[in-house]
Design a protein around this ligand. Sequence first.
Ligand SMILES: N[C@@H](CCC(=O)N[C@@H](CS)C(=O)NCC(=O)O)C(=O)O
Length: 200
Amino acid sequence: MIKLYDFKSSPNCQRVKVVLAEKNLPYEIVPIDLRKQEQKTPEYLKLNPDGKVPVLVDDGTVLYESCIINEYLNEKYPNPPLMPADLGKRAKARILTDYGLAHLDGPYQKLRVEVTKDPKEQNQQVIDAAKSDLRKLLRRLEDELGDQPYLVGDFSLADADLLPRFTRLEGFGVLPDPSLPRLGKYLQRMKERPSVKAVL
Ligand SMILES: N[C@@H](CCC(=O)N[C@@H](CS)C(=O)NCC(=O)O)C(=O)O
């Protein structure tokens, strides 16, 4: 059976659990407590030399890097398919995933660091600037979404991969926002999917 080395609230683990649920794949969870540094033990480092969760083990194949794990799951277990048949759209799903993760990461990390400080030490100017930068960057995803239900039409790996980022943006008060109405509705739609409900 598939094994997932998991820390419950980890966003990187959540995107893999969404895909496992979408594919209806049974799996065993091996809890790794990040607070106890269980991800840095010599045994764990043999699975993932980066010392991070998630790790997925399937038929003796050991994998890390959550988005790459999701690509593997989609290729090994093709039903239901979570990438468009059209190669151009597939590439687009990857472009949007990269945009939502890498391009948003600067202001996202600034905001995350600031809002997780003791409230007395938070700098409101830094928070406001990061939120404003994020909303500007999110405009591109708002436009890409257009009138489609999901980022490239049907639900895909792009949606699963970006879900944890969107839920955290909601938690940090970036979303919903009147300037991004489609993304607001999209996030609600995502949260109604059984796979997402199971993970959140
Ligand atoms: N790029 C990796 C990042 C994994 C990652 O940063 N995991 C975090 C939890 S969300 C972690 O294990 N942090 C503990 C540490 O760095 O010691 C992926 O997508 O899987």
